[in-house]
Ligand binder design. Sequence first.
Ligand SMILES: Cc1ncc(C[n+]2csc(CCOP(=O)(O)OP(=O)(O)O)c2C)c(N)n1
Ligand SMILES: [Mg+2]
Length: 718
Amino acid sequence: MASETRVKVGKLDAPKVHGLDHETLIRLYRTMYLSRRLDDREIQLKRQNKIYFQISSAGHEAITAVMGLFLRPGVDWFYPYYRDRALCLMLGVTPLENLLAAVGAKDDLSSGGRQMPSHWGHAKWNIVSKSSCTGTQFVQAVGAAEATLYYQGRPKALAQAKKAPLGEHVSHEPDEIVYVSGGDGSTSEGEFWESLNVACLKRLPLLYLIEDNGYAISVPVEVQTAGGSISKLVRGFPGLHVAEVDGTDPFESYSTCKEAVQYCRERRGPVLIHAHVTRPYSHSLSDDEKLYKSVEEREEEARRDPLSKLALVLVREGVLDQKQIESLEAEIDNEVREAADQALAAEEPSVDSIQTNVYSPEVDPASPAFESQPHFHGAPKTMVEMVAATLSDEMARDERITIFGEDVADASREDSLKHVKGKGGVFKATAGLQRKYGGDRVFNSPLAEASIVGRAIGMATRGLKPVAEIQFFDYIWPAMMQIRDELCVMRWRSNGAFKAPVVLRVPIGGYLTGGGVYHSQSGESIFTHCPGLRVVMPSTALDVAGLLRTAIRCDDPVLFLEHKHLYRQPYNRSENPGPDFTIPFGKARTVREGTDVSIITYGALVHRTEVAAAQLEREGISVEIVDLRSISPYDWEAIAATVRKTHRVIVAYEDMLSWGYGAEIAARIADELFEELDAPVKRVAAMDTFCAYQPKLEDAILPQTSHIRAAVKQLLEY
Ligand SMILES: Cc1ncc(C[n+]2csc(CCOP(=O)(O)OP(=O)(O)O)c2C)c(N)n1
Ligand SMILES: [Mg+2]
């Protein structure tokens, strides 16, 4: 907790000011003043070039400090944005911890010097690492609040989560709530609206604080928000308790926050507080508000400054006299000075530490621990049947697993399940799972991809194991920010304090006869370009079983790409290899041994390559085929071995020829194995355009066996 003031105050039965006792008022003033002085000190350090960025909480201190009176560090869960310094101080983040983040010290608890200042994160107090993105936090907070309800009903899941890596930070209390904040501008992001929808649909114990300082950098709120008031706009959400308050007034803020927190704790549903605050220090030190705010407007804002207003009340109401205020302030000034001196002397992170916490340091999915033998049973299953079977086995083992996405449930109206077969996904990959494991574990989400991924991140951060589905790869893009800037980065940016080991299952690819541009896309290299993410793309049912299980059991986020064209083929079926069959990531499969030419491939091209190789064999040409199976990490040793063997190599893949996955493999072979090559590395890939609805056009665009055969022959001519 923030250290208590050492100024002597009256007894506890001292008179109250608008319902607040003197001790509380002094605690609030102390925190607000400390917050402002930390901002001032950072500004000074920035001007001295001792830190590199500053963004202040000035003007936001009253409502955020008051909020800290009602929320419980280490019990409730927090998604505070960058102007919540006073709240974080109330929760127990120390002045030194604030300033260690500002200087980017090695021991900065929020990020180890990886993020800008005021990007809060503190595992002990349940303050979840925050990125710079405006709005992404809202859907993650929804996921965290869903975890609250989930743990309430599933104590076994909680016990399992506590035993998993970082389990020491997994907690659940019966009346915990989740807090999330953002500025007026951030409410224009789609994720804000997506989050409200789910929060109301599920009556989540989620408390929103919208801190409206009238501007998003230079854009005034009447240009940002239709009608200029976010609280007016959201009043139609069913079950959402909405309050509007002068956030510079601690007394108004007190009764509003008290009521709001109580509403949430009593599980009556979500709350949104719309607090009007000020922003006296421009957007950040990189901004000068004099460029767009008039003198009159700035003077009017200065009159509403929460700090000077509260100081006046304290003196007027006899809580502290002027001398006591001065001595309190001197004491805090001293505290800030000492903290700054300590922070400036703190050790910086070493350059070689930069690679740590990109991935889990505890669980390596590429390690031999994931090697296993199959114990086959049952009739052969197609790839899509194997997805469902593997999910089912894993769900039986691990109650932390939740499955959600569009149409993944058997039937949302559970009464209907007695009379209908159930949907279980547009491809039936999740068929029967809701019926078997319950609607709290397998459920349909609204049609909103960013929130599917964001909610999964929130759940995973709290120790659950979401296996979410994006219905088609072609529609993953609304979730791109959640994937690239949140999912992949959570562990790294928090320097290992938080993680988001989500599995995202995504049907991908073409060869569909009639899929058209929006049901046939590839694009996996966009995701292999994201550090922190594992990307897997099996081509057989057996590999689905082994790799999906590894994806679930590892502790990193995994993009699990399921090729739609391969889902129901007869040629890649397999018997079930048993409930403990795993395959390490980054280990290729030699599909066929050969001596003349090597083909490195994955996905739908594996089978086409096999057909081409069989045809070429009849002409006396021997082709070796390597199926990468996982494409980040990938099996460089297997690639190098086959190149050393045949000295001629083709990379065959379905995505676009230019800037594609094969470009990286070809470049690395040329770079590191140049001496081994008897001919240039060839690529066989799709045309640099889109797949078409008309099958003849799609066939012309995507690589075919004839292209592979031609490439092999061309290579042999060298
Ligand atoms: C997704 C995204 N878009 C743009 C930005 C750049 N940016 C940072 S803060 C900000 C304005 C935010 O305004 P508001 O939500 O009102 O918060 P305030 O800073 O006023 O407290 C913008 C545009 C960003 N960080 N993230
Ligand atoms: Mg704003």
